[in-house]
Design a protein around this ligand. Structure first.
Ligand code: 5GP
Ligand code: MG
Ligand code: MG
Length: 191
């Protein structure tokens, strides 16, 4: 698999990142998720609403939606989280959804679940509007770090506790457009 050398100036310049998942592996897994989710939601009365969590889920959301065999609608939410330790922190709402989700089937689409703080916040926020059903799909899941009591219903890949970039995921707003997922060496850049 390919490697990536960080080329922009800063503390990570020159570092070599490992490719964890290639574009082909990503697209194959997205198709599997899309098939499974389409099957589970095929009896929905109205098209399910996919709620993408900005910015990281942009490409995953686009690929997933287009790979699904049922009709869907899309909306977006933007949050920012501050982590003091891995188990505490606060989540701030930056941009809310505009869709009415009451009585609708809702699927939250996340790029990565780390501590689980963001997804807890999002689940509670969506549930307060009484959707007909609520599910979470995350492309990546740091299972060993996560403090979640309720795991995401759909998981692309479980990954170790390493900082990753690519396929929408950034390092200081860079590397989002890479088509593969790359990981920093353990003990390097952590959130
Ligand atoms: P959580 O609230 O689950 O701790 O963190 C979720 C958010 O933190 C993700 O949606 C993502 O924006 C960011 N994050 C967590 N781990 C990583 C990572 O390895 N790489 C990048 N680029 N962002 C991450
Ligand atoms: Mg995210
Ligand atoms: Mg980020």
């Amino acid at each position: 698999k390919k490697n990536l050398i960080i080329d922009h100036e800063g503390p990570f310049q020159g570092q070599k990142l490992d490719c964890l998942f290639s574009e082909q592996e990503i697209q194959a897994r997205v198709k599997e998720l899309a098939d499974q989710i389409s099957h589970d939601l095929e009896n929905a009365k109205k098209p399910p609403i996919l709620v993408g969590v900005l910015n990281g889920s942009l490409f995953f959301m686009a690929d997933l939606m287009r790979a699904m065999s049922i009709e869907t609608e899309m909306d977006f939410i933007k949050i920012s989280s501050y982590h003091h330790t891995s188990s505490t922190g606060t989540v701030r709402l930056v941009k809310d959804i505009s869709a009415q989700i009451t009585d609708r089937d809702v699927l939250i689409v996340e790029d990565i679940v780390d501590t689980g703080l963001s997804i807890n916040f999002l689940r509670n926020r969506m549930l307060s509007n009484a959707p007909h059903s609520l599910r979470v799909v995350t492309f990546l899941y740091k299972k060993e770090v996560s403090q979640l009591k309720k795991e995401p219903e759909y998981i692309g890949f479980v990954i170790p506790n390493r900082f990753v970039v690519g396929y929408g995921l950034d390092l200081d707003q860079k590397y989002r457009t890479l088509r593969d997922i790359y990981a920093f060496a353990p003990d390097n850049k952590q959130e």
